[in-house]
Design a protein around this ligand. Structure first.
Ligand SMILES: NC(=O)c1ccc[n+]([C@@H]2O[C@H](COP(=O)([O-])OP(=O)(O)OC[C@H]3O[C@@H](n4cnc5c(N)ncnc54)[C@H](O)[C@@H]3O)[C@@H](O)[C@H]2O)c1
Length: 309
C-alpha cells in the first residue's frame, strides 16, 4: 500500500515539500491550509504535473483534517515566516498557537504517525508538538540541521571549487544564532576541511552559514527560504519511508545525550521507519561541546518564555 504524507501549511515551504515528495512517487500527499481554495488549487496544479514528470497524481488539498487520517508522516510548516530584521524567536507567540492547534488535529487522526516540525522557532515548536501530541520522543522531530549543514557545505564547495557532494559537514545545536557548525567533522572527500582552509577564512564561512537564512530573507524582502528547506525535509521523509537509517542532523529530544536533558536540539540522529531510532553521540571537542550546551541554553530560554505566554 502507498504511504500517506500530510503537509500542514501549503505556503512556500509546504507546497515545495509536497512537490518534492510527490515526485518521489512513494506516497500520497495531503496538503492542509486555512486559506480557502489555495491548497486545493496547488494540489490540482501538482496533480497535472504528474503525467509529465512521471508520478501518480494523488495529491489532495483541503482546509479540514479528515483527509489526513492515517498518515504515516506529518510535516508541520504552518505559521508565520520571518520578515527582514526579525529573528526566528520573534515568531514564538503566534506560531505556538498555530502549531499547537494543528498538532491536536493531526495527532487525533494519525495517532501512529511521525511528525516533522518545520515552523520556527524550530526547537521550541518541537516542544509544542511533543507536548500536545503526547507522542514518544522517537516520533517527534524537527528539520533544521540538514538545511544549516547544506548551507555550510555549499559555501565550502564554492570556496574549494569542488563538488558539493564531496563536502560533508554537521551543523548541530538550536536553529538560531547559536547553531554550532562542527568543523572537526567537516571534510572534503575524507580530508578534514581545516587542512584545506585557514582558520580565519573558515570562521568567515561558518558565520555565513550561521547567517544563511537571514541572507535569503534580506534578498527576498518578503518571506524566507523554501527550496533548500523543502529539499531537507524530503531527505528526512526518504530516510523514514525507505527505512534508510541515514545519520542526519535533526532536532531531537535529548535525554542526557551530550549532557543535555529534556530539550530539543540539533544532534546527529539515525532516522528510520521508527523515526529517531538513535541519537548518535559523536565525540566533540571541549569547545564544540560547550557551544552545543550553550545553544541548548538558548532553547531552554525559549521554552521557559513559552510557559509564560
Ligand atoms: N526549520 C527550518 O529550517 C525552516 C526553514 C524555512 C522556513 N521555516 C519556517 O516554516 C514556516 C513556514 O514558512 P513558509 O515560508 O512556508 O511561510 P508561508 O507564509 O509561505 O506559509 C505558511 C502557511 O501556513 C498557513 N497557516 C497559517 N496558520 C495555519 C493554520 N492554523 N493551519 C494551517 N495552515 C496555516 C498559511 O496560510 C500559509 O499558507 C515559518 O515559520 C518559517 O519560519 C523553517
Amino acid at each position: 500500500m502507498r504511504r500517506k504524507v500530510t503537509v500542514v501549511g501549503a505556503g512556500n515551504v509546504g507546497a515545495t515539500t509536497a512537490q518534492r515528495i510527490a515526485e518521489r512517487d512513494y506516497a500520497d500527499v495531503v496538503m492542509v491550509d486555512i486559506v480557502e481554495g489555495m491548497p486545493q488549487g496547488k494540489a490540482l496544479d501538482l496533480n497535472q504535473a504528474g503525467p509529465v514528470v512521471g508520478y501518480e497524481p494523488n495529491l489532495t488539498g483541503t482546509n479540514t483534517y479528515d483527509a489526513t487520517s492515517g498518515s504515516d508522516i506529518v510535516v508541520i510548516t504552518s505559521g508565520l515566516p520571518r520578515k527582514p530584521g526579525m529573528s526566528r524567536d520573534d515568531l514564538l507567540a503566534a506560531n505556538k498557537e498555530i502549531v499547537g492547534s494543528v498538532t491536536k488535529e493531526v495527532a487525533q487522526r494519525s495517532p501512529d504517525s511521525i511528525i516533522i516540525c518545520v515552523t520556527n522557532p524550530l526547537d521550541a515548536m518541537c516542544h509544542v508538538t511533543l507536548d500536545v501530541s503526547g507522542f514518544p520522543r522517537q516520533r517527534v522531530m524537527g528539520m533544521a540541521g540538514i538545511l544549516d549543514s547544506a548551507r555550510f557545505r555549499t559555501f565550502l564547495a564554492w570556496e574549494l571549487g569542488v563538488s558539493a557532494r564531496d563536502v560533508t559537514g554537521f551543523v548541530l545545536g538550536g536553529h538560531g544564532d547559536t547553531m554550532v557548525p562542527v568543523t572537526s567533522y567537516t571534510n572534503v572527500a575524507g580530508v578534514p576541511v581545516s587542512q584545506k582552509i585557514d582558520s580565519t577564512r573558515l570562521e568567515e564561512i561558518v558565520q555565513r552559514a550561521r547567517d544563511g537564512g537571514a541572507e535569503v530573507v534580506k534578498l527576498l524582502k518578503s518571506g524566507s527560504a523554501y527550496y533548500a528547506p523543502a529539499a531537507a525535509v524530503a531527505e528526512m521523509v526518504d530516510s523514514i519511508v525507505l527505512d534508510q537509517k541515514r545519520i542526519l542532523p535533526c532536532a531531537a529530544l535529548c535525554n542526557g545525550e551530550f549532557g543535555i536533558d529534556g530539550l530539543f536540539v540539533g544532534v546527529p540522529v539515525k532516522l528510520g521507519e521508527g523515526g529517531v531510532e538513535e541519537i548518535v553521540e559523536i565525540e566533540l571537542s571541549d569547545q564544540e561541546l560547550k557551544d552545543l550546551q550553550k545553544s541548548a541554553g538558548a532553547v531552554r530560554e525559549l521554552v521557559d518564555a513559552m510557559a509564560n505566554l
